[in-house]
Design a protein around this ligand. Structure first.
Ligand code: AP5
Length: 214
């Protein structure tokens, strides 16, 4: 399985990637998680990325392309699930070149479709584990022990970019800079549109069915 999970902020990319990774044994590559780790560790990349991320802007292409290439190179023979990359046409083109070099073209791009009102509700109530990246929600996906990650026991946090103003900006950035990438993949015939509202397990089943036909 070599796929991109695509969709606006809060559409469930991280949630579905976590389930698909467990089911298919593929590597989960999240540029957002990698960037947040770099910010926490105050690396050179983290220092460059921090102000963009807090405002909900895209981090410059050359920074994220380098991250994605490094992660893909470490995947080995396993498949991969790209979560949050590519987000611009330049990133999509760079990904094609990198995958052609290692002879591992994409099987499918799964586009999770959710309306803006639901996205705002999901992001406003989201809590995440900074340790393993697992997402939760104060209403719809509560951890077993309040404030603690079910998977690794880490302390859950409210992301800085999940505040109202940053959420609004992220949705705007998605519509202007990222949504055009859908046309790029549609023209290649590998785009799978999925209605990503409702039960999380049911959505996962729909994705698995769509992938079986890819
Ligand atoms: P990133 O971390 O990738 O953020 P994002 O794309 O905005 O996506 P999110 O993580 O917010 O949402 P998600 O779709 O994963 O949803 P989730 O599963 O958590 O990127 C952060 C920042 O890094 C960017 O803004 C940018 O600055 C930078 N960046 C990253 N990649 C970049 C790139 N390629 N280029 C440039 N910059 C880049 O779910 C959300 C919530 O909804 C959770 O609480 C979950 O429990 C809940 N939920 C999920 N599914 C359902 C459901 N079916 N019903 C009800 N609730 C649900």
């Amino acid at each position: 399985m070599r796929i991109v999970l695509f969709g606006p902020p809060g559409s469930g990319k991280g949630t579905q990637a976590s389930l698909l990774k467990d089911k298919f044994g593929a590597a989960h590559i999240s540029t957002g998680d990698t960037l947040r780790e770099a910010v926490r560790n105050q690396t050179e990349v983290g220092l460059k990325a921090k102000s963009y991320m807090e405002k909900g802007e895209l981090v410059p292409d050359q920074v994220v392309i380098a991250i994605a290439k490094e992660k893909l190179a470490s995947v080995g023979d396993r498949g991969f699930i790209l979560d949050g990359f590519p987000r611009t046409i330049a990133q999509a083109e760079a990904l094609d070149v990198a995958l052609a070099e290692i002879e591992k073209p994409l099987d499918a791009v799964v586009n999770l479709q959710v309306d803006d009102g639901e996205l705002v509700r999901r992001l406003g109530g989201r809590r995440v584990c900074p340790g393993c990246g697992e997402p939760y929600h104060v209403d719809t996906k509560k951890p077993q022990v309040e404030g603690k990650c079910d998977k690794c026991g880490g302390d859950l946090v409210h992301r800085a970019d999940d505040q109202a103003e940053a959420i609004r900006n992220r949705l705007k950035v998605y519509n202007f800079q990222t949504a055009p990438v859908l046309g790029y993949y549609e023209s290649k015939g590998i785009l799978k549109n999925i209605e990503a509202v409702g039960d999380i397990a049911e959505i996962q089943k729909t994705i698995a069915e769509a992938l079986a036909q890819a």
